[in-house]
Design a protein around this ligand. Structure first.
Ligand SMILES: [Zn+2]
Length: 161
């Protein structure tokens, strides 16, 4: 395994620094509706199928932890948006904005997709996959390529360095 595959290099996303077997990333989503909460929990379960990740939905960021805040509102001008905080070649924090008015299927797709950016994945060129830049109301799950790309990004880091 020597490179990321099926990447849309028009955008950029960096992995978090791996300091243990798994990178723990909290998603703090205070006050979101039960529907959004359920979709975020679904996303966490999907991303946790990666051996590299331990993602958790919480109400507030634990002190000093890797954490992304989640806000439901205007979606940052799109269906959703992830703004990363980056330092030293890694993501160190960030925020997800989600569009409040999305219908059920699109809502779930966007929630899991934006979490995908937050764990370090770029857009993919293949259509009708979760990490394509388009919103699909019937695509909710990462596929083998997403998990492979995570394994590449996190596996190449030496957690002891
Ligand atoms: Zn995207």
């Amino acid at each position: 395994m020597s490179r990321l595959i099926d990447q849309d290099f028009d955008d950029e996303q960096l992995p978090w620094k791996r300091t243990a077997d798994k990178v723990t990333i909290y998603f703090a989503a205070p006050g979101v509706s039960p529907e959004w909460r359920s979709d975020l929990e679904y996303g966490a379960a999907q991303w946790n199928k990666s051996p590299c990740l331990d993602t958790r939905i919480v109400d507030r960021c634990p002190t000093g932890a890797n954490c992304v805040t989640v806000k439901v509102g205007d979606g940052g001008g799109d269906d959703g948006n992830f703004n990363a905080v980056e330092r030293g070649g890694y993501t160190t924090g960030g925020s997800i904005e989600l569009l409040d008015s999305l219908p059920t299927g699109a809502r779930k797709n966007v929630a899991v997709h934006e979490m995908g950016h937050a764990v370090g994945l770029r857009h993919r060129k293949t259509e009708r996959v979760l990490m394509n830049g388009d919103t699909y109301d019937d695509v909710f799950d990462p596929d083998a390529t997403d998990y492979r790309n995570l394994l590449f990004d996190y596996g190449r880091q030496d957690p002891k360095s």
